[in-house]
Design a protein around this ligand. Sequence first.
Ligand code: KQY
Length: 372
Amino acid sequence: MLATLARVELETVTPKSEGFKMPGEYELHEGCWMIWPERGDNWRYGGYYAQKAFVEVAKAISRFEKVTMCVSPENWQVARGMLPEHIRVIEMTNNDSWMRDVGPSFVVNNGGEIRGVSWDFNAWGGLRGGLYFPWDQDDLVAAKVCDIEGKALYYAPFVLEGGSIHVDGEGTCITTEECLLNPNRNPDLTKEQIEYLLKEFLGVEKVIWIPRGVYNDETNGHVDNLLCYVRPGEVALTWTDDINDPQYAISREAYDVLANTTDAKGRRLKIHTIYQPNPIIITPEEAEGVHPMDGTMPRQAGDRLAGSYINHYIANGGVVMPLFNDPHDELAMTKLQEIYPDREIVGVYAREIILGGGNIHCITQQQPKGRI
Ligand code: KQY
């Protein structure tokens, strides 16, 4: 790999070179993919509570589009029994349940053909602060999903998780420096090279770099917890007015970048702010149920989790958002309804998901509707 050139010597064709690009999440979907949670060093009591939350998310999304749940051989029967019949349950070996990050990012061309992109996956940092080892089975998930769907696959030659990017489907990608420039992802690539690769594999022309993601986000600042596109030219950003909260400066800084840039089409961005929930703190009882292993993310009582309403899923005609039993839940729901006037907003109680380190957007992956 050449470290000094802005362009990386690519040995393969790319989505962009073949006329493909990633659509916005708000465009029409064929369906949604998820993975069943079960590992006891991340989900308390081996996923007992998280599984119920995942079922609620799957049921909520399935009101709007087809849902497929991928499950390890050991848990297929349990999942099949807990999920309604109309949700497809497929056996698929995995290391954990973050379909946003390990699943394919789908790209589409003008003829309506859909293909997948498989990124290199290193469990959010590999042996330099990654969240578990091994991750070899997660790294195969994108290829398996595309195989099941009969979709051709591009292998992107660099580390990236689907939650670290958002695209508008019209030429712009937003990401964070904290994540994509972290030495635990692609230490041999420069910012210019990463930007070039994003353009080639997402089919975009412009990358907007936000300095940092949500406070204490164990993904090293995934953009999908901080802000998201709600339609071309418009983003929603997690927010607080509390200057003593560590999130204050992070959101302010992101706002300033967004307010002072234009997208690939030359538009100024409209920015919606959504107040974050009060700090979500792991209780002693919750920490007690997790059995950390060497090299996995410790779950300690008193630790603050990276709660945000931005981490929602946009479905066909609906939005499935996390609820935390927090005074801000109702405000966030009302705000999302204003932002998405033509979609039904459905809330799912998501504390058990944030306890695992992510939220509804992180555990889902949309497959866009193709015409071929
Ligand atoms: O938020 C995500 N996209 C993934 C979080 C991974 C947490 C693993 N414990």
